[in-house]
Design a protein around this ligand. Structure first.
Ligand code: PMP
Length: 407
């Protein structure tokens, strides 16, 4: 993307004009959440001002319009992930809820004492704890794929971990700490050869790289709307219909039922079986708007620009004495975690903030990974397509100043 195009795109994001401590905001915390383009915010406003009525149950005009919008949003998500069938898309509150749904419902149907779940050392807590809870409930074991010094998963160990007790593999597509793009296609192929299904945590992937769940042959694929320029509180689970039909509902309530008597309840068909209660039909339509926005720019173009930012920033950072970049995988997304000498990441983050630069510090909800690296945490800069090389220049100059102050 050229400068003019980025400048034009930036006008879609009013928050990028904000001042922080009288400085221009430089927002490099996109891994935590992304900013929202005007069209997404307007979609929410339009929803509440013109389209608000509870969906699915109403015969009246507004309810029908709201239902159509919500179901059209489902089709948009299905198309975005290249899912085979629109009923394979379940709206959730986000990645975390989607993983909990699968861990609970899949666990209920298919897991027993002595069974095993495989995750990797670089998982976010939301792709560890739900499986740990399942393991505690059922008396199962959690197995962990290690990584090499660059932050790439060891697939030989993965193969050796797969055995007749393995019930499911759950793996991040892209690490939120290291930026590593994991070879999920190969992981899925290896697991499927042993008849083991795979859930892919796409929270950090969908905003940056094109995803095709059918080509990947993922059994489950999950993501959060707020990380892809959509609203908070909405996300999606893609599941192959065979799996979704084979596992029990996650929550009970309205919408997920076919018939209810005090003696027995029968459940609704997909996708409604997994959507108990009033769904976030305003959020779903705003999420669809965000996906359209991203598609209009083009994910290939986004990936190319962000890769350029990644390379540019990495080179500049390496000019700093004592710079240690955590995560140097060959296949890497636009996330840079780093430490400088013995300076605590929190101190770096605090002083950068005073200069208007938003980065994240700490364990990034991946404590086991940080512990395995024997570091106190990292500073993480994560880029979006609206970020620029000029912002990186300002950031690196500021970082040099901060490092001098703290050394
Ligand atoms: N997985 C990964 C890789 C993430 O980066 C995040 C968010 N940081 C999550 C899961 C959890 O997403 P959410 O909080 O939106 O449910």
């Amino acid at each position: 993307m050229d400068k003019l195009e980025i400048q034009h795109i930036r006008t879609d994001f009013p928050i990028l004009e904000e001042k922080v401590y009288n400085k221009d905001l430089i927002y490099f915390d996109n891994g935590a959440t992304t900013q929202k383009p005007r069209c997404v915010v307007e979609k929410i406003e339009e929803g509440y001002y013109h389209l608000n009525a509870n969906i699915h149950r109403g015969v009246h005009y507004l309810s029908q319009k709201a239902t159509e919008a919500h179901e059209a949003a489902r089709t948009t998500v299905a198309d975005f992930l290249h899912a085979g069938k629109r009923e394979e898309i379940i709206f959730t509150r986000g990645t975390t809820e989607a993983i909990n749904l699968v861990a609970t419902s899949f666990g209920e149907a298919f897991c027993h004492e002595g069974d095993e779940v495989i995750v990797s050392v670089m998982e976010h807590h939301s792709n560890i704890v739900p499986w740990q809870m399942l393991c505690e409930r059922k008396g199962m074991k959690l197995r962990v794929i290690p990584m090499n010094e660059w932050g790439e998963l060891d697939l030989d160990v993965f193969k050796s971990l797969l055995n007749e007790h393995t019930k499911i593999v759950s793996i991040a597509h892209v690490s939120n700490v290291l930026g590593t793009i994991n070879p999920v296609s190969e992981i899925i192929r290896i697991a499927h050869a042993k008849n083991v299904p795979v859930l892919v945590d796409g929270a950090q992937a969908v905003p940056h790289i094109p995803v095709n769940v059918v080509e990947l042959d993922a059994d489950f694929y999950v993501f959060s709307g707020h990380k892809i320029y959509g609203p908070t509180g909405i996300g999606a689970l893609y599941g192959k219909s065979d799996w979704l039909n084979a596992i029990p509902p996650y929550q009970g309530g309205g919408e997920m039922i076919a018939t209810v008597t005090f003696e027995k309840t029968t459940y609704n068909e997909l996708p409604f079986k997994f959507e108990a209660g009033t769904p976030d039909y305003i959020g779903s339509t705003a999420l669809a708007e965000a996906l359209r926005y991203v598609q209009n720019i083009g994910l290939d173009k986004i990936a190319a620009h962000e890769h350029e930012l990644l390379i540019y920033c990495t080179e500049k950072l390496l000019e700093i004495d004592g710079m240690r970049i955590i995560g140097t995988a060959k296949e890497k997304s636009s996330v840079i975690s780093f430490l400088v000498g013995n300076i605590h990441p929190y101190d770096l983050g605090m002083l950068l903030d005073k200069l208007g630069i938003a980065v994240r510090t700490g364990h990034h909800c991946a404590q086991p990974l940080i512990d395995s690296l024997e570091i106190p945490g990292t500073v993480r800069a994560s880029f979006a397509f609206y970020n620029t090389k000029e912002e990186i220049d300002t950031f690196v100059t500021a970082l040099k100043r901060v490092v001098t102050m703290l050394s």
